[in-house]
Design a protein around this ligand. Sequence first.
Ligand SMILES: C[S@@+](CC[C@H](N)C(=O)[O-])C[C@H]1O[C@@H](n2cnc3c(N)ncnc32)[C@H](O)[C@@H]1O
Length: 283
Amino acid sequence: MTLAFDALRNYLSRTCGLALDAEKSYLAESRLQPVMQDAGLPDLNALVMHLLSGTDPNLARDVVDAMTTNETFFFRDRTPFDNFRKIVLPQLLEARRGVRRIRIWSAACSSGQEPYSIAMILDEEAERLAGWQIEILATDLSHSIIATAREGLYTQFEVQRGLPITQLLRYFQQEGDRWRIGEHLRSRIRFEKFNLLADYSDLGCFDVIFCRNVLIYFDVPTKQKVLDKMAKAIAPDGYLIMGAAETVVGLSDTFAPHDDHRSINVVRATPAFARVPLRLVAG
Ligand SMILES: C[S@@+](CC[C@H](N)C(=O)[O-])C[C@H]1O[C@@H](n2cnc3c(N)ncnc32)[C@H](O)[C@@H]1O
């Protein structure tokens, strides 16, 4: 491993949690080749020196964009979305009937297929949700991928992955050889750039967080830190929905897998003794 690659690994781990495999310097070099070319930098050494000088925010942005893996598709893994519709939504409709408001966060939304899948489900459940205020926040670290998500324009290949034809015809319009998501769905989602290592206090409290297929890129302490932050940003009866192969087991004291549906995680019940208010005894 070269010194430059080592410094790049440290930089990515520190700034965005990405844990690069020490054996995969060739992968980093090939992903960063176009960035070096655009910036007129001859090799990885020069790129890392320039990056660490901190003088070029555009370079930092392009490096992060190149090093993130944005693989995604509509209704990915299917079951978590079915569970969202059949388990989570009915329980929240009951629990929030006083406020008639639900807040959902797609916390690493990539090119938007995840939040648009959520929005399609909500649209199909429109009758039950009449008069409710439903907010969907979709965020990602990558500047370019969040722009793609916001645009909502997909290739034939992308819409063929996971999206049933009925939903394609119902929610998209064809534009040349691409498909554009309908404005009434797009306008229901707020897209923002956001780093999961950042401070969550401005985001408010969510009823459902989709955090899927992103923790796999982090090391264990970073996964734990992110789950701790999410625990503070979720309602005490909220739901954390993860990827098919992901688990909170061994990573979080706050979340536990739902008894019957493993992709849904619920906030662990507070032990009874912790709920007894502390009394101040004077004198
Ligand atoms: C493989 S995609 C998963 C997309 C979607 N959640 C899914 O399951 O299909 C992982 C996404 O996580 C984003 N990501 C990586 N590190 C991040 C960080 N520190 N903060 C926010 N997003 C991050 C990447 O940019 C990428 O778009």
